[in-house]
Design a protein around this ligand. Structure first.
Ligand code: C5P
Ligand code: C5P
Length: 432
């Protein structure tokens, strides 16, 4: 892949000298950090550029004598780019369309490489352009965490970690690890702890059990806990979770230097994601570019987002179809389409369901329905293939990864989708 990057970089440098660059990137943390890395690289090259942050691949694409650079999207849509001159796609999603000759395409799946985020790919690209771009590795690390790729570090990801200004600490995978622990426990949606998440009384109980007390009226943060406090807290949390899968509970905490102070990469990633998903992607981008005012605004949006998520999770707790090895949540208009994927991700890491359970969430999105699919735990069947087998029958666009995929279907097909999906999921039980 390094060779492919090198070749693409040459073309990129040549074309961008003659034409303005239009960056088109995805609206989640990985897409935003990828765009921020590309922007910083183009600024250093003194090139002219513009940026679009989108929820999904655009339905109509035209180019006005520009060079188009798609980031974190496009691997399912390469065929739509055959008429466009000077187009780059730097993406890590599974490739489900045929590449026309004109498209310059970088995707680790082409080379059978390990998993890497789109921001990681753009970082390798930027580093190839100029060694001075290693300062952008922190952004790639935030993107990596955003796509949950930091749990089994591959060689490529290691390259990024080596370049980043990061301190790694082992501990509870709760964030923010840098704020008072009682708040982190109550509002952490990344790790669902029965009786504790969203329950302030439960939080005080668990802290008492672990022997953690206030000092001068304030609780310590997770990274300030002593080893003994940390290990007691871990025990108390593990006791409350039905599964004993410690890898979801304990792991590496990544503290990166941003705005000249150490920040929890998971927290920043969640904040970037939150702003973008609530429609403020320009704020997300500005955070990545180091804008302090954007950071202050983001705090407010993030607080609002957490309320949205908690309301969504409460809705899910009473509204779902439960199958033998799957659950389907048809939220209709009760959950925003932009957070339905996050809801599915939270359920998948919540330990509420057995490893391998297929989680499908659905929400209305104008005249369509946004569907997200995940696997509880990390191992199970390929959910992209499952969604694709439904959309190939009833229509719709599917894309994503084996562990996390999504599609859009038309509203008219709501019932047909559920019927066809449950049929496929029920049959698979028999096959296994
Ligand atoms: O569009 P994208 O690939 O960035 O999707 C992001 C979503 O997919 C996140 O919820 C992320 O956690 C999930 N994901 C995953 N495993 C991967 C890649 C993405 O769970 N290998
Ligand atoms: O939106 P959600 O987080 O559920 O998406 C999961 C994964 O599927 C992401 O990587 C997303 O980019 C991808 N996806 C896609 N095409 C769609 C919907 C989702 O590639 N139509």
């Amino acid at each position: 892949m390094h060779k492919a990057i090198e070749e693409a970089v040459q073309k990129f440098l040549e074309i961008s000298e003659k034409k303005p660059v239009r960056i088109i990137s995805h609206h989640d943390t990985d897409g935003i950090t990828a765009a921020a890395i590309m922007i910083s690289t183009l600024k250093r090259l003194d090139r002219i550029f513009s940026v679009n942050i989108l929820k999904q691949f655009p339905e109509n694409i035209s180019s006005k004598n520009e060079m188009l650079v798609f980031l974190d999207m496009g691997s399912s849509n390469l065929h739509n780019l055959s008429e466009i001159k000077d187009v780059f796609v730097i993406d890590h999603h599974e490739i489900t369309s045929k590449k026309p000759d004109n498209v310059i395409f970088i995707n680790p799946h082409l080379f059978g490489e390990e998993q890497i985020s789109a921001s990681g790919l753009v970082y390798l690209f930027a580093k190839n352009i100029d060694k001075q771009n290693t300062g952008l590795a922190n952004l790639a690390l935030i993107g990596m965490v955003g796509d949950m790729l930091e749990k089994n570090i591959s060689k490529l990801n290691n390259l990024i970690i080596e370049d980043a200004e990061v301190t790694i600490k082992k501990g509870l995978l709760l964030y923010p690890s840098t704020r008072p622990i009682h708040k982190t426990l109550e509002f952490s949606s990344s790790m669902f702890i029965p009786g504790v998440t969203g329950n302030s009384r439960g939080v005080l109980e668990v802290l008492k059990e672990a022997g953690i007390e206030k000092i001068n009226g304030e609780y310590k943060s997770l990274i300030e806990l002593t080893e003994e406090e940390n290990s007691k807290l871990i025990t108390s949390i593990l006791l409350r979770r039905i599964d004993k899968n410690n890898s979801e509970v304990i792991g590496n905490i990544y503290l990166v230097k941003v705005f000249n102070k150490l920040e929890d990469a998971r927290e920043l990633s969640a904040m970037i994601n939150a702003c973008s998903r609530l429609g403020f992607s320009e704020i997300s981008l500005l955070i990545c570019l180091g804008n302090k005012q954007a950071r202050l605004k983001a705090e407010k949006i993030y607080a609002d987002y957490k309320q949205h998520l908690i309301a969504a999770l409460n809705f899910v707790s009473t509204n779902k179809i439960i199958g033998k090895n799957y659950i389907i949540v048809n939220a209709k208009e009760n959950i925003k389409d932009t957070i339905i994927g996050t809801v599915a991700s939270i359920i998948s890491v919540s330990s509420m369901y057995e490893e391998g359970t297929i989680i499908i969430t659905m929400a209305y999105c104008e005249d369509k329905i946004k569907v997200s699919a995940r696997i509880a735990g990390r191992n199970g069947r390929n959910v992209r293939e499952i969604l694709e087998s439904v959309t190939s029958k009833i229509g719709g666009e599917t894309g994503g990864h084996a562990q996390a995929a999504g599609c859009y279907i038309s509203r008219e097909n709501e019932e047909a989708f559920i019927k066809c999906l449950t049929k496929i999921l029920d049959i698979e039980v028999v096959k296994i």
